[in-house]
Design a protein around this ligand. Structure first.
Ligand SMILES: Cc1ncc(C[n+]2csc(CCOP(=O)(O)OP(=O)(O)O)c2C)c(N)n1
Ligand SMILES: [Mg+2]
Length: 418
């Protein structure tokens, strides 16, 4: 397979691409400068201090706004109203998530992957996207779905086992959830290459976890996006765990530094700081739209709950670790900021609490009244033009279903026939 080798050094919508490429070959391209910049911002101080890598932070855990020369401009126009919107997004997302966990415990859902603790990473990055930007999520991006306007109750169908996804990706620019770890980074890269070929100025963002960075698919996505200069942002939520495997088992270097080897910038951001996540993602999306290619954001955060409702994290991690991260809670941090700045009063918080209750009730009611699907509907929406193997399986399953028609009732239920 051949790859257009100079794409990474060629502005995507250059028009006279050849001329621009040769001119830019003589000096540092903006992509190269961004690689250096990402490393300056996030990596340089690490060497100086010999400790953990510096991360981009605009709000301290206590909710104090700190200046950041490189990223302040991306949130310079944020108003108190906008801050309240971000807060509301995080609170309602957390409430929705808690409701889903409870529904699973009550047997209404088969499984649920909680986003608890990752609200800022998801809402900050989600709110940075434009309506025409396309999101490729994993299975945990309930907060991003919220920001893209996907009705949260639609996320629950697959986990109740009544559909294979439940929403039309093209309605909100939010792809279906993917359980196959890392695969969506390739889908996102291919989609972004298509966006570039269309000459559209939208961008693509792919979400994945720290564990996913060990998948070959992610390495391939990095390679292809770099050489094709695809307008894609790789948003890695490093929540410290891939089920029971800690991040140290995935990499010998901080994850954002992987980008350097592929020739695009990587930045580590405080994933519990919604403002910083907003700013860094805006930067990355803008450079993608401007034809400057991919970038990697490592949102440093923590999965405060279990991997899924089938997991018991007490088997592999200590309570003290979770307690330390609770002190950096993304919602409490923004609340502290809103209160200290006088941007929100008791009335606002009380109204939001009432709204959370209403959302919780709606989620419970909708899930409990979801109709069971027609058994044969499992074969719908697989291939656009059909497929011989699917046809064969459909016929087999139809015959199997039909075999119950004349059978005694107990046999159909799997019991013994007396
Ligand atoms: C290709 C593939 N391999 C293994 C699994 C099993 N699996 C499900 S979730 C998971 C861990 C993913 O961890 P991470 O990427 O950090 O995402 P997180 O769940 O922490 O958000 C694994 C290995 C899978 N779903 N797909
Ligand atoms: Mg993880």
């Amino acid at each position: 397979m051949t790859v257009e080798s100079t794409a990474a050094r060629t502005p995507r919508r250059a028009g006279s691409g050849g001329k621009r490429a040769s001119a830019s070959a003589k000096k540092s391209t903006s992509a190269e400068k961004d690689v250096a910049r990402g490393n300056d911002v996030a990596q340089g101080k690490e060497a100086a201090q010999g400790g953990e890598p510096e991360l981009v932070q605009l709000l301290t855990p206590e909710g104090v706004r700190v200046e950041n020369e490189a990223y302040d401009k991306y949130v310079a126009d944020i108003t108190p109203d906008d801050l309240r919107v971000l807060y509301r997004d995080m609170v309602l997302t957390r409430r929705f998530d808690a409701e889903a966990v409870t529904l699973q415990r009550q047997g209404e859902l088969g499984l649920w992957p909680s986003l608890l603790g990752q609200e800022a990473a998801q809402v900050g990055s989600g709110r940075a996207t434009r309506a025409d930007d396309y999101v490729f999520p994993t299975y945990r991006e309930h907060g991003v779905a919220w920001c893209k306007g996907v009705d949260p109750t639609l996320l629950l169908g697959m986990f109740r086992g009544v559909n294979n996804g439940g929403w039309d990706p093209n309605t909100n620019g939010f792809q279906l959830y993917t359980i196959v770890i890392g695969s969506q980074t390739l889908h996102a890269t291919g989609y972004a290459m298509g966006v570039a070929k269309d000459g559209a100025d939208s961008a693509v963002i792919a979400y994945f976890g720290d564990g996913a960075t060990s998948q070959g698919d992610v390495a391939e996505a990095f390679t292809f996006s770099a050489v094709y200069n695809a307008p894609v942002v790789f948003f890695c939520q490093n929540n410290q765990w891939a089920i029971s495997e800690p991040t140290e088992k995935q990499s010998r270097v901080p994850l954002y530094q992987r980008a350097q080897g592929y020739g695009f910038p990587g930045v580590r951001v405080d994933g519990n700081d919604v403002l910083a996540c907003l700013a860094v993602t805006k930067w990355a999306l803008e450079r993608a739209r401007a034809g400057e290619g991919p970038s990697l954001i490592e949102a440093f955060t923590y999965r405060m709950g279990a991997h899924t409702t089938s997991d018991d994290p007490t088997r592999y991690r200590r309570d003290e670790e979770r307690e330390a991260w609770e002190a950096k809670d993304p919602i409490l941090r923004l609340r502290a900021h809103l209160e200290a700045e006088g941007h929100a009063d008791e009335g606002f918080f009380a109204e939001l609490e009432a709204e959370s209750e209403t959302l919780g009730k709606r989620v419970r009611d909708v899930v409990r009244s979801m109709p069971d699907p027609e058994p044969m509907s499992i074969f719908e929406n697989i291939y656009a033009d059909g497929h011989a193997l699917v046809d064969e399986e459909r016929a087999q399953f139809a015959a199997y279903q039909a075999s119950f028609a004349d059978a005694p009732v107990n046999a159909a239920a799997g019991g013994e026939v007396n």
